[in-house]
Write a protein that binds this ligand. Structure first.
Ligand code: GLN
Ligand code: ZN
Length: 766
C-alpha cells in the first residue's frame, strides 16, 4: 500500500488572501486577530485539501507569515541580537526582522537555491544563543489535530539552517554552533513526539549542493543525535540529484528519506540499491518546480515494480514543496482551454498525487478515467501545432558560428563606435526605466480595462516618454533612454508580444514576504510576429539629438523568470528567445537606433546549483546572448546590464557575452564588486553603478566622484561609464532628478580632473 504526502504547499491563499491581510496589518488597517484568522483559514483549507485527496498526513509548518527561514529563526530563538528582542518573538517583532525598523535595517534576503523565492538570512555570531523560541509550530500542530487531521510537521534541518545562514563575525565557523543548536532541535522533536506526532519531515536541501567534506561529514553526527528523540524522521532532499552526497544521505540513521525523482531521475536506481531495508523511500515524482501535468502512466510504469517490493515503505510526493507553483489553475478562464488542460498548479498536483496513490494501491482500472484524461492531455500537448513551429525549428537548425559573433573584434568595434558617437570621457547614461508615476500606471490599467482607447493610451505613453527625454536632455546626460513607461514588467512586456508565451490571470507565486510574481508560461516555440519596441524608441529618438538607447530584455532573463517547457532543454528555449530578440535588435538598428541595451539581470541566477554543471550553462547562456546581439554592424553599440549578483566567479562568461558596454550594480558594495573585473582585465567598457537606486536618498557629488575614482583605479578610465546601479522605475521624479544632476556633475568633475577627457572616449575617438 503506497502512501502519499506533500512536502509543503503555497501559503498565499487562492486569491493572495495572505498578502492582502499582511499588508492591511502593516498599514494598521486590521489587528493581529484578524490577520491570524486569515492565516488559520488558509492553513485549514490547505489541510482539508490534502485530507480530501486521501493523503496520509497533512503537512504542518509550511505556513509562514513572511518566510520559512525566518520562522526557524523565531522557533530557534536566534533573532539577530542587534534588534534587542527577547527569545520569544511576537508577530510585530517578527515583521520588524523582515522589514526593518527605525533603528535597525532589515535582515538580508537572498534567493532560495535556484528558485525565485527569497529567504531571510539568519545572522550568526560565535555567541548567538539558541533556545526554544516561538511556539507557533506547536500551535499549528495542535490546530491541525483539533481539526481532526493527522499532522506531519516539517522542519528545516539544522545543517541546512546553518549552511544558509551567514557568519556576522569574521574568523568563526558557523558549523561550530551545531553543538548548541542540536539540543534545541532535540527539544522540538521531543515536544512534537509528546503531542502524538509520529513522523517529522526534516528538510536538508543542501544535500543537492556541492558540500565540503566538513559539512558532509557533519550529517551523520547530527542525525545520530536527532534520532534519539524517538520520533520518526523523514529526511527530505530536493532541487537536484544527490550525487556524491547520495551515500551520506542513504546511510543516515533516519526512518525515511525523500528524493527528488524529477531532477534526480538518473540516480533512482542507485538510491534503490543503497536503500537500507526497513527504510521508507519517498519519491518526488511530480515536478514541484514547474506547472506541467505529470505523465501519470510513466510514473506508474516506473514505480510499480518498486511498489511491489517496498509496499507501504514507498511514499509518493511532489519533488519539492509546492510553494514554487501557483495555488491552482482551475479558475483560469482566459487561458486557451487546450493549453489550460496541459497545466497543473498545486491543487491539480495534489489531485494527481491522489490518482497515483489509488492507481498504485487499487490498480490502474480503479482510476481509468483520470488516467485516460491525463494521457489524452499529454498526447495533445506532444503533438499540438501550438507547440511546434517548423519555421522556428528550421531557424535554429540553420544557426552557425557566424550568428553568435559580431563582425569584428571589440577593438575595431570600439573605434567605429567612438568615431560615430563622439561621446565625452566618462559618458553618462541610465539603466532604462524612469519613474512609473501614478498617471502612467493608471493609464495602463485603464487601457487594459478597455476604458482608454489605443490612441489615447499611445498619447499618454508618448507624453511620459517626452517628459523623460526632456528631463534627461536638461540634465545633460549623454546617452538617453525612453524610460520604459509602457512596460509593466521587463519580462511580461516582451512575453505578451512573443509567440509561444501565455499568461495566467491568477497564477501567483510567492517571491518574498507579501510579494508575489506571476511568471509567464512558455509553452511553445518562440518567435516574434512583429516589432515590439521600435515605435516607442523611434519616437523617443525623434525628440533629441543625443543617442537614444534601445532597451530590451535578454533571452536568459526571459527564460529564467518564466515557467519553461519541460519537453525540450532550457538551452533550446533560450536560443529561440535569442533569435526573437535578435530580430528586434536588427529592427532597432534599421530604425536608426545606434545603441541597444539587452538586459540580463538574471544571468547569474541561472547558474546551476552544482559547479560541475556551470560550464554547460554558461556556454549556452552566453551563446544565447551573443545570438541576440550579433546581428548588427560594428558601429552599433550593444550594452548589457546585470544586477543583484556577485559576478566574480563568472567573469569569463560575462566577457564571453562580448557586449560593448556592461552596466552593473556596484554602489552598495562600495565598488568592491568591480575589483574582480579589474583583476580579470575585463576587456570591454563598463559602467559600475555609482548610486543605489533602492533608496530615495540623493547622494552628494563627492560621494559619486569618490566611487568613480575608486573605479578608475581598477578599470582603464577610457572604458568607464557613469550610471546608477539599476533602473529608476520605483523612484519618484524629484529624487531622480536631484541624483542624476549630481551624477552628471560627478562625471564632469572627473573629466576635468583627467584633463578634460585625458584618456577619455573623446580623445580616443579622434
Ligand atoms: N532596463 C531595466 C530597468 O531599468 C532593468 C531592470 C533590471 O535590471 N532589473 O528597469
Ligand atoms: Zn538592474
Amino acid at each position: 500500500m503506497a502512501l502519499a504526502h506533500v512536502l509543503g504547499v503555497p501559503r498565499i491563499g487562492p486569491n493572495r488572501e495572505l498578502k492582502q491581510a499582511q499588508e492591511a496589518f502593516w498599514r494598521g488597517a486590521i489587528d493581529e486577530a484578524a490577520l491570524q484568522a486569515v492565516a488559520s483559514g488558509i492553513r485549514q483549507a490547505n489541510w482539508q485539501r490534502q485530507h480530501a485527496a486521501g493523503l496520509d498526513w497533512v503537512t504542518v509548518g509550511d505556513f509562514a507569515f513572511y518566510d520559512q527561514m525566518l520562522n526557524h529563526v523565531a522557533l530557534l530563538g536566534c533573532a539577530p541580537q542587534r534588534f534587542g528582542f527577547g527569545r520569544k518573538l511576537d508577530l510585530s517583532q517578527y515583521f520588524q526582522l523582515a522589514r526593518g525598523n527605525a533603528a535597525c535595517h532589515a535582515m538580508e534576503m537572498t534567493k532560495w537555491f535556484d528558485t525565485n523565492y527569497h529567504y531571510l538570512v539568519p545572522e550568526l555570531k560565535p555567541d548567538t544563543p539558541f533556545a526554544l523560541g516561538a511556539e507557533w509550530l506547536f500551535d499549528e500542530v495542535a490546530e491541525a489535530q483539533t481539526a481532526g487531521f493527522k499532522p506531519k510537521p516539517v522542519l528545516i534541518g539544522p545543517l541546512s539552517f546553518l549552511y544558509l545562514a551567514k557568519e556576522k563575525t569574521p574568523g568563526f565557523n558557523r558549523l561550530d554552533l551545531l553543538e548548541r543548536l542540536l539540543p534545541v532541535y532535540a527539544q522540538i522533536l521531543a515536544r512534537l513526539k509528546a503531542m502524538g506526532v509520529e513522523w517529522v519531515q526534516i528538510d536538508e536541501p543542501i544535500l543537492a549542493l556541492d558540500l565540503s567534506a566538513e559539512w558532509r561529514s557533519a550529517f551523520e553526527r547530527v542525525y545520530h543525535s536527532l534520532n534519539a528523540a524517538g520520533v520518526k524522521l523523514l529526511l527530505a532532499s530536493y532541487f537536484g540529484p544527490l550525487r556524491e552526497n547520495l551515500l551520506v544521505a542513504l546511510k543516515l540513521p533516519v526512518a525515511g528519506i525523500h528524493v527528488d525523482c524529477v531532477r534526480g531521475a538518473d540516480e533512482l536506481a542507485q538510491v534503490i540499491d543503497w536503500l537500507p531495508a526497513t527504510r521508507v523511500l519517498s519519491v518526488g515524482v511530480i515536478d514541484g518546480r514547474n506547472i506541467w501535468k505529470t505523465d501519470l502512466a510513466a510514473v506508474l510504469d516506473r514505480f510499480e515494480g518498486l511498489h511491489a517490493r517496498l509496499g507501504d515503505r514507498l511514499w509518493l510526493a511532489p519533488s519539492c514543496s509546492l510553494l514554487h507553483v501557483p495555488v491552482s489553475l482551475a479558475h483560469e478562464n482566459r487561458l486557451d482551454p487546450e493549453l489550460k488542460n496541459w497545466l497543473a498548479g498545486a491543487d491539480e498536483k495534489i489531485a494527481a498525487l491522489s490518482t497515483l496513490k489509488t492507481a498504485f494501491n487499487a490498480g490502474r482500472p480503479s482510476v481509468a478515467a483520470a488516467l485516460a484524461d491525463n494521457a489524452a492531455a499529454l498526447a495533445a500537448r506532444r503533438h499540438s501545432s501550438r507547440v511546434h513551429d517548423a519555421a522556428v525549428a528550421e531557424r535554429l537548425h540553420a544557426l552557425t558560428a557566424t550568428h553568435d559573433t559580431r563582425n569584428s573584434g571589440f577593438a575595431v568595434r570600439q573605434a567605429a563606435q567612438r568615431a560615430r558617437f563622439r561621446l565625452p570621457a566618462f559618458p553618462t547614461t541610465t539603466i532604462g526605466s524612469f519613474p512609473q508615476t501614478a498617471d502612467i500606471r493608471s493609464a495602463r490599467a485603464r487601457f487594459k480595462q478597455g476604458e482608454l482607447s489605443e490612441a489615447d493610451y499611445t498619447a499618454a505613453m508618448q507624453q511620459a516618454i517626452r517628459f523623460a527625454v526632456e528631463r534627461q536632455d536638461a540634465l545633460g546626460l549623454d546617452v538617453l533612454v525612453h524610460g520604459e513607461a509602457e512596460r509593466n514588467d521587463m519580462v511580461e512586456y516582451f512575453g505578451e508580444q512573443l509567440a509561444g508565451f501565455a499568461f495566467s490571470q491568477n497564477g501567483w507565486v510567492q517571491s518574498y514576504g507579501s510579494r508575489c510574481v506571476k511568471p509567464p508560461i512558455i509553452y511553445g516555440d518562440v518567435s516574434r510576429p512583429h516589432a515590439m519596441t521600435v515605435a516607442w524608441t523611434r519616437y523617443a529618438q525623434s525628440l533629441t539629438g543625443k543617442p537614444m538607447k534601445g532597451m530590451l530584455t535578454g533571452p536568459v532573463t526571459i527564460l529564467q523568470w518564466s515557467f519553461v517547457r519541460d519537453d525540450q532543454p532550457r538551452a533550446t528555449t533560450a536560443l529561440q528567445i535569442a533569435l526573437a530578440i535578435r530580430d528586434e535588435v536588427v529592427d532597432l538598428e534599421t530604425a536608426g537606433i545606434g545603441i541597444i541595451q539587452i538586459d540580463e539581470p538574471a544571468y547569474r541566477e541561472g547558474l546551476p546549483l552544482r559547479q560541475a554543471d556551470w560550464a554547460h550553462y554558461l556556454d549556452w547562456a552566453s551563446r544565447a546572448f551573443r545570438i541576440s546581439a550579433s546581428g548588427v554592424a560594428d558601429a552599433t553599440q550593444i550594452h548589457t546590464h546585470m544586477c543583484y549578483s556577485e559576478f566574480n566567479d563568472i567573469l569569463p562568461a560575462i566577457a564571453a557575452m562580448d557586449a560593448d558596454v556592461i552596466t552593473i550594480e556596484t554602489s552598495r558594495s562600495d565598488m568592491e564588486l568591480l575589483r574582480g573585473f579589474g583583476a580579470f582585465h575585463y576587456p570591454n567598457e563598463i559602467g559600475p553603478g555609482v548610486y543605489d537606486i533602492h533608496s530615495p536618498r540623493v547622494p552628494p557629488v563627492s560621494e559619486m566622484t569618490r566611487l568613480l575614482e575608486k573605479a578608475a583605479r581598477v578599470i582603464a578610465p577610457e572604458n568607464l561609464w557613469v550610471n546608477p546601479d539599476c533602473g529608476l522605475k520605483t523612484r519618484g521624479w524629484p529624487e531622480t532628478e536631484a541624483a542624476l544632476e549630481n551624477m552628471v556633475a560627478a562625471a564632469r568633475a572627473l573629466r576635468q580632473r583627467n584633463g578634460n577627457g585625458g584618456g577619455g572616449q573623446a580623445v580616443i575617438a579622434v
